[in-house]
Unconditional design. Structure first.
Length: 238
């Protein structure tokens, strides 16, 4: 079953950019639990999708650990660069914790997860990520992939939170503009919907779009866990 919500956050200026968001998620039919996790904080402009590594121990615990660590970061009153540093440190901290837990247990299996974090602040968007959960941007009816998958040609992950003692968090910063639509998603979404279909549906800009995108992926054959967050950048006059 999907979870969907639409929310709005305002800034104090007379001519302001506002953020609206929707989220949808569902458990894949072959999984005992949904190994994806997500977090939304409109007030701080923070959005996270984490996809627990399938086939490994406690993937759902790893993804939820990422969300828990990020949600504890309170940084709305500091500059963008400092906020990015705090979020990066949070991801590095949970990486160390998960890796240490794996070493302490028999069997040698890891507890890991992808991590994708979007921070929108002061006219900029910063993407932080490790793994193959993706950030897309729809701007002027063109769809751009902001992140880059950390995978081999076979699709196997080359980087994830908790899979090694140290992790490198990639980052990308870009300016935002009115009308931008960001999509954060686990890889399950693209297993049943193409990028062309994603762009076409995003251009509709209707309430409930996250649920419709999720349904499109399911009909398209995705058997994986699916989680997506849509974030709209609006301009409102007070």
């Amino acid at each position: 079953m999907s979870e969907q919500s639409r929310m709005e956050s305002a800034s104090p200026s007379q001519l302001k950019l506002t953020l609206e968001a929707e989220v949808a998620t569902r458990r894949g039919p072959s999984h005992e639990c949904n190994e994806d996790a997500y977090f939304i904080d409109l007030a701080q402009g923070v959005f996270v999708v984490a996809d627990g590594m399938g086939g490994h121990r406690d993937g759902h615990l790893a993804s939820n650990a990422i969300v828990s660590e990020i949600s504890a970061v309170q940084s709305s009153d500091v500059e963008l660069e400092d906020r990015v540093r705090l979020l990066t440190s949070a991801l590095e901290e949970v990486n160390g914790t998960l890796y240490s837990q794996s070493l302490a247990l028999p069997g040698g299996d890891i507890s890991g997860s992808t991590a994708l974090c979007l921070l929108i602040n002061s006219g900029y968007a910063c993407c932080l990520w490790a793994g193959d959960s993706r950030l897309y941007l729809l701007r002027d009816n063109h769809l751009f992939l902001v992140s880059e998958d950390h995978t081999e040609e076979s699709g196997m992950l080359t980087r994830a939170i908790g899979s090694a003692q140290d992790v490198e968090i990639d980052r990308r910063v870009l300016g935002i503009k009115e009308g931008d639509v960001f999509v954060l998603c686990s890889d399950g979404l693209l297993k049943g919907a193409s990028e062309d279909e994603l762009a076409e549906m995003l251009s509709q800009d209707e309430v409930g779009l996250a649920d419709r995108l999720l349904a499109k992926s399911i009909v398209g054959g995705s058997k994986d866990d699916i989680t997506l967050i849509l974030v709209w950048v609006r301009r409102h006059d007070i």
